[in-house]
Design a protein around this ligand. Structure first.
Ligand SMILES: [Zn+2]
Length: 332
């Protein structure tokens, strides 16, 4: 981890963006350069050993003092204070070495990529996994598992953070960066696939609304197919499932949203926003519904000879299993 001493001050009256956006900060370019970061990237800001959070550098500002960082009030509250303070900025955004259990125990953020370096059909992402938006990473893993024969790629971050004694704080407050601002140069795994040009990308998210919202830049017929599949998978739950309209705040149709950026021409992203009950009680059913839809999509794009080889492999696998079963039944 690279760290540099910093003085965190209040946003200036003119910095409306910092006042409105709690994930944003302005940094003096000399300070930002000292940790090798740039405008638009994510950096950590640390106030104490236990108070730290991830921010997007939304402005470079030449300050009299090169150590100065500015954050609005709601942004400082993410670090448990209303006041200015002395602390540090640090990189990288996600810890590159920790296991998930160690990350959970130490209140950390890790990045995970599963990719063969070539696949272009589908990438499944969960940018806010772990405790940030619970169950979304499990859903992404479930889709990958369900589409095992297609070699689909997956990417995500998983974050954990213990709440303060008064119940405030936690992983969402500490690690959440909005999907339109996640910078591929801050996350090497994402950076390695961002220009691949996948035919499809699907992102699992959680939000506070009481519905399931299907958004992204993918064509309307695919969204409708997914809506039907999720509605069937959650039937009897009373959770509404709908396709986002252009004016929906969580519609995921911003071209800068990473789920869209990952696809050819930015036109193949599907964003699934889900209430907590949807994720908690129907995580697997929703993931399986999505896997079923994309299995059809991926088959459509696959050359017929590949389909035949998959059938052959599956036939050999099942034949081998039958032989093994037969062998084990004969064991004394
Ligand atoms: Zn999210």
């Amino acid at each position: 981890m690279i760290e540099s001493h910093s003085i965190v001050r209040k946003a200036l009256p003119s910095q409306d963006d910092l006042k409105a956006r709690r994930e944003h900060c302005s940094v003096d370019s000399r300070l930002l350069g000292s940790v090798g970061a740039a405008l638009g990237q994510q950096i950590r800001i640390r106030r104490t050993a236990t108070e730290y959070a991830l921010y997007t550098v939304s402005e470079l500002r030449d300050e009299d003092d090169a150590d100065v960082v500015r954050i609005g009030l709601t942004g400082r509250r993410r670090l448990g204070t209303d006041d200015p303070f002395e602390g540090a900025i640090a990189l990288p955004a996600a810890d590159p070495t920790l296991s998930e259990s160690d990350a959970e125990a130490s209140g950390e953020l890790v990045e995970r990529l599963d990719d063969d370096g070539e696949h272009r059909g589908l990438i499944v992402i969960a940018p806010h996994g772990g405790d940030i938006e619970p169950h979304t990473d499990e859903q992404a893993e479930r889709v990958v598992f369900g589409l095992g024969g297609y070699g689909v790629s997956s990417w995500g971050c998983k974050g954990w953070k213990e709440r303060r004694e008064d119940g405030s704080g936690g992983a969402l407050e500490c690690w959440h960066i909005t999907s339109t601002e996640i910078d591929p140069s801050s996350f090497p795994g994402l950076g390695s696939v961002i220009d691949r040009g996948f035919a499809h990308a699907v992102a699992f998210h959680g939000f506070d609304e009481s519905e399931i919202l299907i958004g992204g830049t993918a064509p309307a017929p695919l969204k409708e197919e997914i809506r039907c599949a999720i509605e069937a998978a959650t039937s009897g739950s009373d959770i509404p499932v709908r396709i986002a309209k252009p004016d929906d705040q969580f519609g995921g149709d911003d071209p800068c949203n990473i789920v869209n950026l990952l696809t050819v021409g930015g036109a193949g992203g599907i964003q699934i926003e889900q209430s907590l009950p949807a994720r908690r009680d129907h995580a697997t059913a929703i993931a399986d519904a999505i896997a079923t839809v994309f299995a059809r999509e991926l088959r459509r794009h696959r050359p017929p000879w590949q389909e035949n080889i998959s059938d052959l492999i599956e036939w050999v696998r099942q034949a081998a299993r039958r032989v093994l079963d037969w062998g084990s039944r004969r064991m004394p």
